[in-house]
Design a protein around this ligand. Sequence first.
Ligand code: IPE
Ligand code: IPE
Ligand code: MG
Length: 240
Amino acid sequence: MSIPRHIAIVMDGNGRWAQRRHLPRKLGHREGQKAVRATVEHCRQRGVESLTLFAFSSENWSRPDEEVGALMQLFVKALDSEVDELHRNGVRLNFVGDLERFDAELATRMRAAMARTAGNTALRLNIAVNYGGRWDISQAARTLAAAALRGEVAIEAIDEDLLGRHTCLAEQAPVDLFIRTGGEVRVSNFLLWQIAYAELYFSPVLWPDFDAAALDAAIDTFARRERRYGQTSAQVRATG
Ligand code: IPE
Ligand code: IPE
Ligand code: MG
C-alpha cells in the first residue's frame, strides 16, 4: 500500500469541539494537543517521513486577544512538556513561518527545540506558526530579488525550480496528502506552492476527535487515488 511520504494537516475544529460542550474555546485547543500527540505517533509508526501541522495562521492574530493569548500560552507549555518525548522518539522539530512576530522568549524556545532535535531522523515534524502560504512565496521572491541585486543570481535563472527551492519545506519530500479536519472545504492560506500536486482530503471530524483510525481512513483514500500529473490514466498504468 502506498503511504504518503509527506502529510500536511489543517487542524481545524477546536473551537466548535469546545462550544458543543459549553466549554471555553481554549479548552478545545488544549484537547487538540492530544490529537497532535496521537497523530505524530501514528505517522512515525506508519513510516511517514514528514508531517506538517498548521497550528497558527498569519490571519489568526485577528482573533480576540484572550484567545490569541491562550494559544501562545499553550505553545509555551507544549514546548516545555512535549519536546523531551519527541526527542526520545527521534522526531526532528521544525517551526515554519515568520517567527519574528512572536515574543522573543517564545521564538528563542522554538529555535532551541529545533537545534536540540536537529540530528533526529525518525520523523520530520513541521509546525506552521504565524505561517501564510502567500507570505512563504513572497519571502522566497524577496530572497531571490536580493540575490539578483547583489549579482549572485541571473534574472533568467529565476524559474519554478529555483523559486520553489526558496519556499519552506523545499528540502523535504513534496506534500503528498493534504488533510483538513473540521468540515470546512478551503485551504485558508496554508501551503499554496507546496500543494500544487497534493491529494486533498477533507474530514468532517473536529480536530480534537481526530485519531489513528481517522488518519488511517485518510491514508487509505490516498492509496486508492490515481495520481496522473497531467498524463492519461492509460499512461500511468503503463509506467506503473
Ligand atoms: C483550529 O481550530 C485551531 C486554530 C486556528 C488555532 P479553530 O479554533 O479554528 O476551531 P473552529 O474552526 O472555531 O471550530
Ligand atoms: C486555519 O483555520 C488555521 C489553522 C488551523 C491554524 P481557521 O479556522 O483559522 O480558518 P478559517 O478562518 O476558518 O478559514
Ligand atoms: Mg477554524
